[in-house]
Design a protein around this ligand. Structure first.
Ligand SMILES: Nc1nc2c(ncn2[C@@H]2O[C@H](COP(=O)(O)OP(=O)(O)OP(=O)(O)O)[C@@H](O)[C@H]2O)c(=O)[nH]1
Ligand SMILES: [Mg+2]
Length: 325
């Protein structure tokens, strides 16, 4: 038996006992879209629960704002509290691991030999919804194998980033004075996803102004805060020196408690699963369509539509019926 064929139940129980290599193997199955994924997900399903699991924390914000530095500082803070921590660094813009992720590895080096910390950079599979799907599956692996906290760092600004943030139980939006300021972030729609704000690089001029701008916008109701009464706190940090990180941990713990009590956590998790199911279904549908392409079924339908014997909707109905039967 080669390592690659190691039985999944063994890998899972090793991972649950804290074996870092077993965790890494399981995450690789997700990343590689392995044919064994279906079996893995079947085995992991009974280990999940709506109320248990990790606190999944998304960190998002403009490039260079200090997400990796803050993530590293948060890992240290959670380790001091005895928590097992997973870190997923996601690059939605690139189908390949980029330089930024390599940089993250350097910043995470102090945690590299700690068996209580699992760190992985993940790149997009290049499919619609493929990234959030893979991330959701990686989350399932980490939760089922006993991680207490999972930090997801995303690079870049835009829809993909908001999509990844939607996987989290708690989302941290980072800003820094003088770059990607609060008004820019508001325009990008990024403020709405924040459960906790961090104004990092508070050692630089303008941090207090950014805090004031943010609080001003929050008082106008421009944030996710409203339903159920959570107002995102604004924390000021100097992540590079670990300053203000304990306040961020406290804010996240409070948000975690609020989210569990208010039902927000449960709603987000169901929404996460819904997107995952849709992504898998669409991918399977597309794969079956590809199998049919060039085969008699589709050619016959196409000839029928081209010649006017069949309307394209009826042809499409027949195709879907053929694909799903
Ligand atoms: N002055 C100052 N610099 C900081 C602080 N935190 C991080 N930096 C620096 O800012 C730069 C970018 O930090 P990163 O943590 O890589 O930022 P990031 O948001 O992860 O960047 P990308 O992943 O490329 O989007 C690095 O040179 C850090 O050392 C801080 O609190 N103050
Ligand atoms: Mg980074």
């Amino acid at each position: 038996v080669t390592r690659r064929d190691e039985p999944l139940p063994d890998l899972i129980s090793d991972a649950r006992e804290g074996n870092a290599r077993a965790v890494a193997r399981l995450i690789s199955l997700v990343e590689d879209a392995s044919p064994r994924l279906r079996e893995l997900m079947e085995l992991l399903a009974p280990l999940g629960s709506l109320s248990g699991g990790a606190q999944v924390i998304g960190l998002t914000g403009a490039p260079g704002v200090g997400k990796s530095t803050t993530t590293g500082a948060l890992v240290s803070a959670y380790r001091r509290r005895g928590q097992r921590v997973g870190v997923l660094a996601i690059d939605p813009s690139s189908p390949f691991s980029g330089g930024a992720l390599l940089g993250d590895r350097v910043r995470m080096q102090e945690h590299a030999t700690d068996p209580g910390v699992f760190i992985r950079s993940m790149a997009s599979r290049g499919q619609l919804g493929g990234l959030s799907w893979a991330t959701a599956q990686a989350l399932r692996v980490l939760e089922a194998t006993g991680f207490d906290v999972v930090l997801i760092e995303t690079v870049g600004v835009g829809q993909a980033e908001v999509e990844i943030a939607s996987l989290a139980d708690s989302t941290v939006v980072l800003l820094a004075p003088g770059m990607g300021d609060a008004i820019q972030a508001a325009k990008a729609g990024i403020l709405e996803v924040a459960d906790v704000f961090v104004v990092n690089k508070a050692d630089r001029d303008g941090a207090d102004q950014t805090v004031r701008e943010l609080k001003g916008m929050l008082s106008l109701g421009i944030s996710a805060g409203a339903p159920g009464g959570w107002t995102p706190p604004v924390c000021k940090t100097i992540a590079a020196r670990g300053e203000g990180i304990d306040e961020v941990v406290t804010a996240l713990a409070q948000h975690g408690e609020w989210a569990a009590a208010s039902g927000s956590r449960e709603r987000r998790r169901i929404a996460r699963a819904r997107r995952e199911i849709e992504a898998i279904a669409l991918t399977q549908l597309r794969a079956r369509m590809d199998e049919l392409r060039g085969r008699a079924t589709l050619d016959t339908l196409a000839t029928g539509v081209a010649s006017g014997e069949l309307d394209p909707y009826a042809a499409s109905d027949q195709l879907i019926a053929g694909v799903t039967s």
